[in-house]
Design a protein around this ligand. Structure first.
Ligand SMILES: *Cc1c(COP(=O)(O)O)cnc(C)c1O
Length: 384
């Protein structure tokens, strides 16, 4: 969360006073959610946006919309929030964990090695707002005929070669939870140009939508879904947050550029490789050190001066801490995606050594939004 205030308070007040808190009104999507979905689709440049209750719900809905299920494999990076790896399990598929490279995002070469004839999706994740190597990932995906699902939960508004994150593959997802760039506490969205996928996602995200939505009632292929609906309160907040998005990104980018400039002037600092500096959300500045000890020492020395962390120390974002997955613990013994898999899936803490090495040698500085550029510069200068 960066900015939230009077505009959001006023928007929520109006929703509550109107008495229309529900996603549907008279057989159609209600005003705030309709506006949000239209604005999001327009801003990102896609045909369809579906607002849902969380980023995780958006991931699961995207996979359901692609008809992914038992026997299927989904490739995810070993550095991402655990949700990315849990989502395939929720639809009966299994996550296959691939390396990240020095850009902290999915390593296209390892993706190619891990594709099997059961791979049904590749999920690049824009961790810390950083761009993935989409050119290489899309090339591998096209060559092997596997669709790409972009997890832009931490990267709303970023772009790669002129296209916003989430719109380069078959389908993309965003999260609006408290910690993301724009937020309504909990929420998410799926974006796609694929109308069939969108319609299946719509049906899946609201198993009861025939009650309220005349369009869905006309769908010939109605099937069993769940409830990941948003409320008009969430959408009202998100309409205001969306208006703030580009301003937030511009401020962050100016501050990150100043920090980078200060640090690069001196020896000993190497910014991590960035796949697309222009489209980077600029929420973080990753620095790559020669050794894990040097990175740890830097954090110890300076973390009180400005917020920073080593990705290796971020618990559920690192695959070695994904206990339910590494131990293959399904929710119910008879609903076990690993038993439904068409080959023996093996996990181990040592399966992505490159990922662990990079995460241990990297220090991510948080880019602050509120201080002036001059203040940000002077803090960066003090990290010697
Ligand atoms: C936050 C996050 C999610 C899940 O979003 P929720 O809204 O918390 O469910 C998925 N993937 C990544 C990379 C995230 O950071």
């Amino acid at each position: 969360m960066y900015r939230i205030g009077e505009k959001e308070v006023e928007a929520v007040r109006k929703v509550i006073e109107s008495g229309q808190l529900f996603r549907y009104h008279k057989g159609r999507t209600a005003e705030r959610t309709r506006r949000l979905e239209q604005a999001l689709a327009r801003k990102l440049g896609v045909k369809h946006a579906l607002a849902v209750s969380s980023g995780t719900a958006a991931l699961i809905t995207a996979l359901a919309g692609m008809e992914i299920g038992p026997g299927d494999e989904v490739i995810v990076p070993g550095y991402t929030f655990i949700s990315t790896a849990l989502a395939p399990l929720a639809v009966g598929a299994v996550p296959i964990i691939a390396e990240v490279d020095e850009s902290l995002t999915l390593d296209p070469a390892d993706v190619e090695r891990k594709i099997t004839r059961y791979t049904r999706a590749i999920v690049p994740v824009y961790m810390l707002g950083l761009p993935c190597d989409m050119r290489s990932i899309l090339r591998v995906a096209r060559k092997r005929g596997v669709p790409v699902v972009e997890d832009a939960a931490q990267a709303a508004g970023g772009s790669y070669r002129g296209k916003r994150f989430g719109t380069l593959g078959r389908v993309g997802i965003l999260s609006f939870n408290h910690f993301k760039i724009i937020t309504c506490g909990e929420g998410g969205a799926l974006v796609t140009d694929d109308t069939d996928l969108y319609q299946r996602a719509f049906i899946y995200h609201d198993g009861g939508c025939v009650f309220f939505n005349e369009e869905a009632r006309r769908q010939p292929s109605f099937f069993a879904g769940v409830n990941y609906r948003v409320s008009e309160i969430q959408s009202a907040v998100m309409n205001e947050q969306l208006k703030r998005l580009d301003g937030i990104l511009n401020r962050l980018r100016r501050r990150k550029a100043a920090m980078t400039e200060e640090l690069l002037e001196r020896d000993g600092f190497r910014p991590a490789r960035c796949n697309e500096p222009e489209g980077d959300c600029a929420t973080h500045l990753p620095l790559l050190f020669d050794t894990a000890d040097a990175a740890a020492a830097f954090v110890d020395k300076y973390r009180r001066r400005t917020p920073m962390f080593r990705p290796i120390d971020t618990d559920r974002h690192v695959y070695t801490n994904w206990e339910p997955i590494l131990r293959k613990r399904p929710r119910h013994p008879k609903m076990n995606p690993w038993k439904w898999a068409r080959r023996d899936i093996r996990y181990g803490k040592d399966m992505c050594p490159q990922t662990l090495d990079v995460l241990a040698r990297t220090v991510c500085l948080q880019v602050p939004l509120e201080p002036t550029v001059r203040e940000v510069r002077s803090t960066a200068r003090s990290l010697d």
